[in-house]
Design a binder for this molecule. Structure first.
Ligand SMILES: NC(=O)c1ccc[n+]([C@@H]2O[C@H](COP(=O)([O-])OP(=O)(O)OC[C@H]3O[C@@H](n4cnc5c(N)ncnc54)[C@H](O)[C@@H]3O)[C@@H](O)[C@H]2O)c1
Length: 339
């Protein structure tokens, strides 16, 4: 297949491009580089021995999206803004990029007859779900603008598939993707300070930041810190491949997680084991929009996709840390060459 990957220079998108190229597909990336750089594409090319085609542009621009979709058989839509606290102050921008971007994409896809779509949704649409772990039958109750944009995207796609039977749409609700490709040549490299917990911890391990601020220790969880479900980014990429391979008419929603509850303190401990030293920490206030407990019931996804996320928390931490070591070596190398 020829697959368009929007947001393909980003964290999950770049790992997805590797998985697609490795599986023998051709890939077109569309990314505006607002939270990534073309270094990710260099890493992808080094891993796979060939680069994807890359278009730098905005998914909200109809002509750009039509150009990117030309000749494609399927599209995986990652391009979005994703920082929960930021979405509470930049609500208009979040709706514009996340909902407006999706509308522009499906309009162009319909015009060009590209009806196979995988959509990046989020476990955060459940809000403070009472079910633990959370099956897809739990009624979503998002607690912040970011999560609402993701749920609105699902509703749009569900309506679309109901109205136009040619669509084959899978929405994957990822819980907490983390880690990196084992080569260390790509990873989670956002522009500016990271918003996800593992890169924040790795920043402290690398001494780029002095202290980890734990965002609240008074949640109703066993150790008081937020509980999440970390899933290796290559397991997330494998799930998309399976969603395309086993594509089916209509609209479906699947949880992508391991179903293993991991608190902030658990992840901190795992990173400390990986890097072999204690990380300085302090307790700060809760972040706006954060919930206490969010873990997936991945049973349905395992049945439908025929695979389970199998990479462990230690593997997630080891691959994330390896990415830092490789990036540092690359940086030293560039500085040596320049100097
Ligand atoms: N990382 C997570 O924890 C997580 C969890 C659940 C869902 N998701 C969803 O997965 C997707 C990918 O997340 P990620 O962690 O890789 O984020 P990311 O920020 O690393 O990647 C998103 C990419 O989209 C690009 N982009 C943003 N706006 C764009 C636009 N208007 N036009 C073109 N490109 C644009 C960015 O430059 C970036 O490369 C997002 O849709 C996010 O909501 C992520």
């Amino acid at each position: 297949m020829r697959v368009l990957v929007t947001g393909g220079c980003g964290f999950i998108g770049s790992h997805q491009v590797v998985a697609l190229l490795d599986a023998g597909h051709d890939v077109v990336v569309l990314d505006d580089l607002s939270n990534s750089s073309l270094d990710a594409i260099d890493g992808v090319a080094a891993i796979c021995g060939r680069p994807p085609e890359v278009i730098v542009g905005d998914v909200r621009e109809p002509a750009v999206v039509r150009g990117a979709l030309a000749g494609c058989d399927a599209v995986i839509h990652f391009a979005a803004k994703k920082h929960v606290p930021e979405s509470t102050v930049l609500a208009r921008e979040y709706h514009d990029v996340n909902v407006g971007g999706l509308l522009a994409l499906i309009q162009a896809a319909a015009e060009l007859g590209v009806y196979r779509l995988v959509y990046s949704s989020s476990g955060s649409v459940y809000g403070d779900g009472l079910d633990r772990p959370i099956p897809e039958t739990t009624t979503p109750a998002p607690t912040n603008p970011y999560s609402r944009t993701k749920l609105m995207g699902e509703w749009i796609l569900a309506d679309l598939a109901a109205a136009e039977p040619q669509w084959e749409i899978t929405a994957l609700r990822y819980f907490n993707p983390a880690g990196a490709h084992p080569s260390g040549l790509i990873g989670e490299d956002p522009i500016g300070p990271p918003s996800n917990l593992l890169p924040i911890l790795l920043d402290v391990a690398e001494r780029r930041a002095a202290t980890v601020t734990i965002a609240g220790d008074d949640f109703a969880t066993p150790d008081g810190t937020g509980v999440r479900d970390y899933v290796h980014v290559m397991d997330v990429a494998d799930a998309h491949l399976a969603a395309l391979d086993r594509s089916a008419p209509g609209f479906r929603v699947l949880n992508i997680g391991r179903g293993v509850p991991t608190s902030v303190m658990d992840l901190l401990g795992a990173v400390e084991r990986t890097v072999g030293r204690r990380l300085a920490r302090r307790v700060g206030p809760r972040r706006p929009g954060d919930v206490a407990f969010l873990t997936a019931d991945p049973t349905l996804a395992e049945e439908v996709l025929g695979l389970a996320a199998h990479r462990s928390l230690d593997r997630i931490c080891a691959d994330g840390w390896n990415r830092r070591l490789v990036a540092r070596t690359d940086g030293d190398h560039e500085r040596t060459e320049a100097g």
